[in-house]
Design a protein around this ligand. Structure first.
Ligand SMILES: Nc1ncnc2c1ncn2[C@@H]1O[C@H](COP(=O)(O)OP(=O)(O)OP(=O)(O)O)[C@@H](O)[C@H]1O
Length: 247
């Protein structure tokens, strides 16, 4: 087996503005295969803008984004084939069954019926959702809908999974189940994750942290490196110090 030395995600010197309003300012960081990276930032930090650039919803003239070594501007279809995304707003069709939603996505990615059946079963079983496959999404609670969206994002075996505040609006047990599941996914499958959040209890000790505030990276590294940068003992204090507004 040949090893792929490229990071799962590499962002270099990325800037973006909405008219005159600068939303990202020379953002650079990388996420290695198997790494769970938390993009931590308060409202308005630029997290969704960054995701919109990685997924090519927007294009930027300044900076470069590579997914598994593929430049999203130069070879977009190759780059996006390596990417799975769970957007902040739910995107399942509520009136279709779980299976119908997943088959639709699998065919968009060019999976044969047989491949799709196998991958759907695998991903739903991993999250204890296979027995719910024939139910309409409308019948599922918010946590189970999110599980289906995560399964869908993984069907084509991407190398990078983006999650934009995926636990918003969920109750505590559903949140915990999703946070645990995604962290296990990184260590077990080698996929890289970029998880945008402003909730510090979603961070695990082994995660990589990228603290974003006002469109700029304020600190980046392991949890202990970020604590050192901020000169504090807890992630909560680091978040407070690194994202406080200038007086
Ligand atoms: N369509 C837009 N037009 C103008 N300004 C925008 C637009 N979208 C975002 N912004 C601004 O860009 C900045 C970054 O916003 P963004 O939504 O990327 O932040 P965020 O970290 O995702 O915040 P949230 O957690 O609230 O979603 C903010 O100042 C926001 O007001």
């Amino acid at each position: 087996m040949t090893s792929n030395p490229s990071p799962a995600l590499s962002v270099t010197g990325l800037s973006y503005a909405y008219g005159k309003k600068k939303a990202l300012d020379r953002v650079s960081f990388a996420v290695a295969p198997g790494q769970c990276a938390i993009l931590l930032g308060p409202n308005g930090a630029g997290k969704t803008t960054l995701f919109s650039l990685i997924t090519r919803l927007y294009a930027s003239r300044e900076g470069r984004i590579e997914i598994a070594g593929y430049d999203v501007k130069k070879v977009p279809s190759r780059a996006l084939a390596q990417l799975g995304v769970v957007f902040q707003q739910p995107t399942l069709d509520l009136d279709l069954s779980v299976l119908q939603n997943l088959h639709y996505h699998a065919s968009l990615h060019g999976l044969s019926r047989r491949q799709a059946d196998a991958r759907i079963r695998e991903e739903l079983e991993r999250q204890g959702m296979y027995e719910r496959r024939k139910e309409k999404v409308r019948q599922l609670n918010g946590g189970h809908r999110r599980r289906v969206e995560i399964a869908r994002a993984l069907l084509h075996n991407p190398r990078l999974l983006l999650l934009d505040e995926p636990t918003v609006g969920l109750d505590v047990p559903s949140r915990k189940a999703i946070v645990d599941y995604v962290h296990r996914l990184c260590s077990d499958s080698g996929i890289a994750v970029l998880w945008a959040t402003h909730l510090i209890d979603e961070i695990y000790e082994d995660d990589r942290l990228i603290v974003l505030h006002r469109g700029a990276v304020q600190a980046e590294g392991s949890v202990s490196e970020v604590l050192k940068t901020a000169g504090v003992e807890t992630v909560g204090d680091a978040f407070h110090i690194l994202t406080r507004e200038a007086a």
